[in-house]
Design a protein around this ligand. Structure first.
Ligand SMILES: Cc1cc2nc3c(=O)[nH]c(=O)nc-3n(C[C@H](O)[C@H](O)[C@H](O)COP(=O)(O)O)c2cc1C
Length: 363
């Protein structure tokens, strides 16, 4: 791991013009084991590749000669305004990328007006990360992601800490019926500091399945907190409809960046079915393979309200700490503004499937 450095002063690499340019810098900066963990995918990586390819396959039909004075990226989500529709995805163990870990990532997000979803498998305490997510005017939302732990008391202890730390919504990740620990040798001092030691007890497949969460657990969690509740990892329209029936406040269309089930649909391909299924009853967020501003625009044109960005911000963090992650977000925001202008959209509300070439999004 690199020596501790003042995150804000860390130099940015030369010649970085696109978020994806950070990938090679991160690879060079990280020990091989950390790189392997961040870039891991299920199976042979088909879904991880398909995520990015599916955004690429959607073709835009730009509009010309419109009055574009004041392109505005603001949107609204769960009753509050967002400066722009991007949040940092929950990702475990960010101190493997940089000693300043989740705190540096939160600082970067708040400086750029992006939202931040703190993962329950974070390597820094909920409270210290919340403090780093500056309560600056115009900051994005601060959400907390959790898995249902085998012990409801332990789950609730996490929820109460997130509430007390000022988290604005809970994200329950539901895309892994069975969670198996990745074989990862953690360096000394790096661990999932917010979780009890027995959060992911080993067992046979039958034992793991016997304690896999169900819709009853969602209903239970819904009844335990006043925070808005989003389910992360929904791809099937029938599950989206059930989630709405259960009273969840939003859905995150996600396949976990292709890390859980190889062969799962690319999120850009699954999104239209979910949009149709929920018919505007709850807001949708999507993630997986978002690598440039045009991908954000395409997601919104398909009907998402916002997107999560995963690996690209980790690459920035690994390369240059908070400054690197902030630079990735800055590049994305600039690209989004430019893409809106090229597509003739002065505001995000003007985006619709009309800007997408017919059928190019049915990949
Ligand atoms: C290193 C890493 C760790 C992750 N850890 C979690 C996690 O703890 N909880 C979770 O819900 N999603 C987790 N994810 C999935 C992300 O939240 C997100 O769905 C995915 O990375 C988006 O795809 P992208 O990386 O292509 O942008 C993780 C992803 C990565 C790359």
């Amino acid at each position: 791991m690199k020596a501790k450095a003042s995150a804000a002063l860390q130099a940015l690499p030369e010649g970085v013009l696109r978020p994806a340019d950070y990938e090679r810098h991160a690879r060079a900066a990280l020990p091989p084991q950390a790189w392997d963990y961040f870039s891991a995918h299920a199976g042979d990586g088909h879904t991880a590749r398909a995520n990015a390819a599916a955004w690429d396959a959607i073709a835009l039909l730009p509009r010309v000669l419109r009055d574009l004075r004041g392109v505005d990226t603001r949107t609204e989500l769960l009753g509050r305004s967002l400066p722009w529709p991007v949040l940092v995805a929950p990702m475990a163990l960010q101190r493997l990328a940089h000693p300043d870990g989740e705190r540096a990532m939160a600082l970067a997000a708040s400086a750029l007006g992006a939202g931040f979803v703190l993962g329950s498998q974070a390597s820094m305490s909920i409270e210290s990360v919340a403090a780093a997510f500056e309560p600056a005017a115009g900051r994005g939302p601060f959400w907390f992601q959790l898995y249902l732990l085998p012990d409801r008391g332990a789950t609730m202890a996490l929820v109460r800490r997130a509430e007390a730390a000022g988290c604005e919504a809970l994200v329950l990740t539901v895309d892994a019926a069975v969670r198996t620990a990745r074989r990862l040798q953690l360096p000394p001092g790096v661990g999932t500091v917010n979780l009890p030691d027995d959060a992911c007890p080993p067992g046979s497949l039958q034992e793991l399945l016997a304690r896999a969460p169900t819709w009853d657990d969602v209903a239970w969690l819904r009844s335990q907190t006043r925070l808005p509740l989003l389910l992360k990892g929904v791809l099937h329209p029938a599950d989206a409809r059930e989630a709405v029936r259960q009273g969840v406040d939003g859905l995150i269309v996600s396949n976990h960046g292709g890390r859980v089930l190889d062969g799962a649909a690319a999120t850009a391909a699954a999104l239209p079915g979910i949009v149709d299924a929920v018919a505007g009853s709850v807001p949708l967020v999507v993630d997986g393979g978002i690598r440039q501003g045009t991908d954000v625009l395409k997601a919104l044109a398909l009907g998402a309200r916002a997107v999560l960005v995963g690996r690209p911000v980790l690459w920035g963090l690994a390369t240059a700490g908070a400054a690197g992650a902030a630079h990735v977000l800055r590049l994305l925001r600039d690209e989004l503004e430019l893409a809106m202008a090229q597509c003739g959209a002065g505001s995000l509300a003007e985006l619709s499937r009309d800007v997408l070439q017919a059928d190019s999004h049915r990949v």
